[in-house]
Structures are given as structure tokens and as C-alpha cells.
Design a protein around this ligand. Structure first.
Ligand code: ZN
Length: 411
């Protein structure tokens, strides 16, 4: 299992990153071919397959941007002896790969924000640690998972750091699309575009890595439309499947105004329940980890070290802030499911052959398709999109979803 195995359906991206990791060894003068080291530096970095200091990973949510960035970070820290024999950087077994992947490598910092925006102060902090020499003497790698959440001021701080990088510093920025990054930052990064992984590739990885039954894996991959994390959750969690089914009842419920409003309420409730479940799992794990870490510091006497209460409080605050984001993500996910239903309706109306995203609901899809015209379906898809936009602009969730449900009714 190399570090690249976790990237599902991204062969082209893997090829580019492997080439860059090889070239990075040349830059460090580590390549076995002695003549190569003289080619390092600026010339090497200008090539499209070479190493460079700033990367922008983009792709649809769930396509594995952060996974790709982590794999690349690991390959840059890979110390496998096989590399001398032409092996692929990112073996997955050596100390460098292993610690980079689990997040404990001294020279790999991964920033995942729980809040809705990243400010100037945090970014300055990050730039400072980025400028330090790598402890292991290789690369100082900073992964910024949500670079689209940088405030404009923060982006400008980052821009300066990218413009004048320390020689061994590598920035790996992730954003849903290239438009989410400031043009000035974008133009200084090498762009990597991940695609939505094919359904079959997602199903395959669920079977192979998570030991999920093929039939369930196929359903989950289809329903999640290429979002790997979502597919895994659907496959493993019956509650998540039930809540999804609840969301997809809405199209059959929008007969009259009262039913619309009730339907909107249950959609919002289902999304909130989903978010709560996700948040609880993560919160519990984090709290236990922090307790364990503090407990270990307490030593034999069992007395908790000074600052324990502060650290716990800080974690709780962070978890509360994150809850807002998790709820928003979960509701957005529900709306994506809903629009997939109407896209299936449209496919049936146009007589398209093949499997539906919601194949298990074919009867309901066909019923809605038979009762309306394609123009109405397009309007409904637009209503769902408008609701997502409204939520992005902080409209109260129930209000936005109610407005959408009413628009869905007008067939
Ligand atoms: Zn390795």
C-alpha cells in the first residue's frame, strides 16, 4: 500500500505528483544520479513536472484534495531505501511516509479550519512556522485544507510568503475551485485539478479498504455521487441512510402548502440530526485524545498539569464553532441529494438509459417524471440551487428551505 492508493480515480494527478516528488529529490541532491543535482534550483522548478514551492489542489468536495495533499507531503518526506533503486516516492511504510500521513511528522503541518474564515493573525502564525528550516532537513510542508476560507487580509499575508518562499518550504493549498483562490495567489501556484471519482472506483475502494459488501458499496457510491467520505458513511451507518431517505421524501410531499412546510421542517431536522451525529463522533474522539495527552503529562502522581482546564475549555469552544459549520455542510449535502433526485427525474423525462443516482427510488422518480414536464424539473433544480446559495449567504436555514419547498410545489 503506497501513499497514493488512497487517491481514488485520480491517475493523472498521481502521475504529476510522483514526478514532482522525484524532482524534489533531485533538488535536494538526493537522487542517485550524480549529474542531476547540478540541475536543481530555478530551472528545475520551471518545468511542468518539476518541483515547485506552491501548489493549489482543487476538486469537488469529497474528491480527496486533502488526501492528495497529504500523500504528496508524505512522498516528499519518504525515506524508503527503494528510492535509490528507482522506487516511487511515497512508499507508505517508511518513518517519513507514516508520520506524515498520521499527522505527527515534525515538518508537515496540516491546517484544517473549523471556523468559517481564516484571519490575518492565524495566517501570520502559519507563515512564521513555514519559514523555519525543516527539522529533518528535507521539506517544510504546510497543508492549508480550506484556503478558500482565507479572509482577503489573510490571503495577502499568505501571498507574500508564497512570493518569497524559504528555499525548503512547500505550500499545499486546497480549495473547491480555482475561482475560490485570489487571482494573485492562483497565479503563483501550480494547479492540480482532481476530478469527481467514478462511481465504480469509489465502490471498489469501499470494498477493498473498508470491507464493505459489494452491493452496499455500489449503492453508497452511487448515492454519494463521487464523495468518498459521504459514500463510506452511507455504507457504514444505517442512520445516515435513513436520514437520506427522509430528505428524498420531499419531492413526493410537496402537494399543498401545509405539506411543503412540514416537508421543509423534516428536511432541516434530518440534516441537523446528521450533523449532530458527525459532530459527536469527532468531538468525543478529540476530547478523549486531549484527556489522554494531558493524563500522560500528569505522570505517576496523577495530578493534572497546570492549564488543563484552559486546554479543555479551548477545545470545547472550538467544537462549538465547528458545530455551525458541520450543520451547514450537512444541510448542503441534503440539498445535493435532493437535486440528484430531480436530475434523475430529468433523465427519465428525456428517456436516458442507464442507472439513476437514486436507482433504489426509481418508482418515485418515475412517478414525479410522469406528473411533470422537463421545464418544471429544471425550475425545481434551480430552486434547490437557489436554496444552497441563500444558505451560503446566511439566510436562516428553515426559511430558505421553506421557500425552496414552496417553489418545488409550483410544478
Ligand atoms: Zn516512504
Amino acid at each position: 500500500m503506497s501513499v497514493w492508493d488512497d487517491l481514488v480515480g485520480q491517475e493523472q494527478v498521481v502521475e504529476q505528483l510522483v514526478a514532482a516528488a522525484r524532482s524534489a529529490r533531485v533538488v535536494l541532491g538526493e537522487s542517485g544520479r550524480s549529474g542531476d543535482s547540478r540541475n536543481s534550483g530555478a530551472e528545475e522548478q520551471s518545468g511542468s513536472s518539476g518541483m515547485t514551492h506552491a501548489w493549489l489542489f482543487t476538486g469537488p468536495p469529497g474528491s480527496g484534495m486533502a488526501t492528495a495533499a497529504r500523500a504528496f507531503a508524505a512522498s516528499l518526506q519518504c525515506t524508503s531505501p527503494d528510492l535509490e533503486l528507482g522506487g516511487i516516492p511515497g512508499c507508505g511504510f517508511c518513518e517519513g511516509c507514516h508520520t506524515a500521513l498520521i499527522g505527527s511528522h515534525a515538518d508537515v503541518e496540516s491546517v484544517r479550519t473549523d471556523v468559517l474564515s481564516i484571519g490575518v493573525k492565524e495566517t501570520r502564525e502559519l507563515v512564521r512556522s513555514a519559514s523555519m528550516s525543516p527539522a529533518g532537513g528535507r521539506w517544510q510542508v504546510i497543508i492549508l485544507e480550506d484556503s478558500d476560507r482565507l479572509t482577503e487580509g489573510a490571503a495577502n499575508v499568505l501571498l507574500k510568503a508564497i512570493e518569497e518562499p524559504a528555499p525548503r518550504t512547500v505550500w499545499l493549498l486546497c480549495a473547491p475551485s480555482v475561482e475560490d483562490a485570489l487571482p494573485t495567489i492562483r497565479s503563483r501556484c501550480r494547479l492540480l485539478v482532481l476530478r469527481t471519482p467514478p462511481v465504480a472506483a469509489v465502490a471498489d475502494v469501499l470494498v477493498r479498504r473498508d470491507g464493505i459488501e459489494p452491493e452496499m458499496a455500489a449503492f453508497a457510491a452511487r448515492a454519494a455521487q463521487g464523495h468518498i467520505g459521504r459514500a463510506r458513511r452511507l455504507a457504514l451507518d444505517a442512520g445516515a441512510r435513513e436520514r437520506r431517505a427522509e430528505v428524498l421524501k420531499l419531492p413526493l410531499r410537496v402537494a399543498d402548502l401545509g405539506a411543503c412546510l412540514a416537508g421543509a421542517q423534516s428536511l432541516v431536522d434530518a440534516a441537523a440530526a446528521d450533523a449532530k451525529q458527525v459532530a459527536e463522533e469527532v468531538d468525543t474522539r478529540e476530547t478523549e485524545e486531549l484527556r489522554a495527552a494531558l493524563g500522560a503529562a500528569a505522570g505517576v502522581g496523577g495530578r493534572m498539569p497546570r492549564g488543563t482546564a484552559g486546554a479543555m475549555k479551548e477545545l470545547e469552544d472550538r467544537q462549538k464553532r465547528r458545530a455551525t459549520r458541520t450543520q451547514r455542510d450537512s444541510l448542503d449535502r441534503a440539498l445535493i441529494d435532493l437535486s440528484s433526485f430531480y436530475r434523475d427525474v430529468l433523465a427519465v423525462q428525456f428517456g436516458a438509459a442507464g442507472e439513476l443516482s437514486n436507482e433504489e427510488m426509481r418508482q418515485a422518480v418515475e412517478r414525479v417524471a410522469g406528473e411533470s414536464r422537463p421545464e418544471a424539473t429544471l425550475r425545481r433544480i434551480e430552486a434547490v440551487l437557489a436554496c444552497r446559495t441563500a444558505l451560503e449567504r446566511n439566510v436562516a436555514p428553515l426559511l430558505a428551505v421553506e421557500a425552496m419547498a414552496v417553489a418545488l410545489r409550483a410544478g
